[in-house]
Design a binder for this molecule. Sequence first.
Ligand SMILES: [Cu+2]
Length: 159
Amino acid sequence: MIISKLKAITTLSILALLMISCAQDQEEEKETSSTSLSGLSGIQVEGAWARPGSEGATSGAYFLITNYDESPDSLVAVHSEIARTVEVHESYEREEGMMGMREIPSLEIPAQSTVRFEQGGLHVMLMNLTQSLSEGDTFELTLQFKQNGEQTVDIPVKL
Ligand SMILES: [Cu+2]
């Protein structure tokens, strides 16, 4: 009885040791992958697109923002000639499945992370469009970051 208990304990501790060393391996891999990113720095905006909309109406713009820096940054403003009001919004559940949106005046982009803007989530709200946006059109959107300054992105309009 005692022997088999001991055996079980030994097996368990070996398993625990294995798990710890696995976790360490993963930790090391993470570090390697972040150093391999070290060639890149600053903010990169990718995969941008916006929904079509008619003049005076609204549209939404979506993209991925990656912060390659070792420190966090924040998206503090957005502007475009295409709309009279341009804001960063998030969608949220107001009550019992009712969805609402609210403005985020300053959105943190954590160090070495990607923040996704997508339909039903974070988006750039383009309100009161100065001209209609059709599939195939492109417009400029300027994103202003607290640390990395301004970045202007070409946004293609897609369905
Ligand atoms: Cu919105």
